[in-house]
Design a binder for this molecule. Structure first.
Ligand SMILES: [Zn+2]
Ligand SMILES: [Zn+2]
Length: 234
């Protein structure tokens, strides 16, 4: 079985995105997505609400993009308020504390845009330290459509394939506006698994997709400015 989806999408519950449930539905149809992970900044309630709202229409993986002390870490597989609250307590904590929580609860950690240090990437040295723990619950986002560092990520994909061949590499758009959803995706190849998280953990993954172009970047930035102004005036 091969499934494809976007593992890094923000929703209007994020402070800097205007993506609505309808946008997700349209993107699923337009791009033929089997799943979409909602990963709002330090917030999970929107992801849970959207997954319930679209239950029969599109497979939503509720998640969170946590601001750890060292950078941005995505956790997916959150099925309840209780799951989400565990991670809200860990905002600004160390990635090691988040990893312990992920391992204790059979969730999945995705190290988001690790090379984009100015956008919250944790950097190469900490990435390698984490990967040396050899945990099957840790994936690395080696394609992030919002990054400007595509040649460095190409090199990272090759290096990880050689040095850490068992580590799962994934792709995500980091979409904050509807047009960006599905720009980058993850193919999950698996058999005999009963849930998407299980497939992700037991199968193999291939990241693929493309990077945001100038037109979309301008659209993205103006949407963020508009949101900021709206929130300031309300
Ligand atoms: Zn991020
Ligand atoms: Zn993000």
């Amino acid at each position: 079985m091969i499934l494809k989806g976007d593992l890094h999408v923000h929703s209007f519950f994020s402070r800097d995105s205007n993506i609505t449930p309808n946008d997700l539905l349209n993107a699923k149809i337009r791009k033929g997505l089997d799943f979409i992970a909602i990963t709002d900044h330090d917030e999970f309630r929107g992801a849970l609400k959207i997954s319930r709202l679209l239950e029969d229409k599109v497979k939503i993986l509720p998640g969170i993009e946590l601001s750890a002390r060292e950078g941005h870490i995505i956790v997916i597989g959150l099925d309840s308020e209780k799951d989400g609250r565990r991670y809200l307590k860990l905002i600004n904590s160390s990635v090691w504390d988040i990893l312990d929580e992920v391992l204790d609860n059979n969730h999945v950690m995705i190290i988001a845009h690790p090379l984009d240090i100015i956008r919250g990437g944790i950097g190469l040295s900490l990435l390698y330290k984490i990967l040396k723990r050899n945990s099957p619950m840790v994936c690395v986002e080696t394609i992030n459509s919002a990054s400007c560092l595509s040649p460095l990520y190409s090199r990272l994909r090759r290096t990880l394939s050689q040095r850490f061949p068992y580590v799962k590499q994934v792709g995500g758009s980091d979409a904050h506006i509807a047009d960006e959803i599905g720009l980058a995706m993850t193919l999950v190849r698996s058999s005999g698994c009963s849930s998407l998280i299980e497939c992700l953990l037991e199968g193999s993954t291939i990241p693929y997709g493309r990077y945001t172009n100038l037109g979309l970047r301008v659209k993205d930035v103006s949407a963020k400015i508009k949101l900021k102004l709206t929130r300031l005036s309300s």
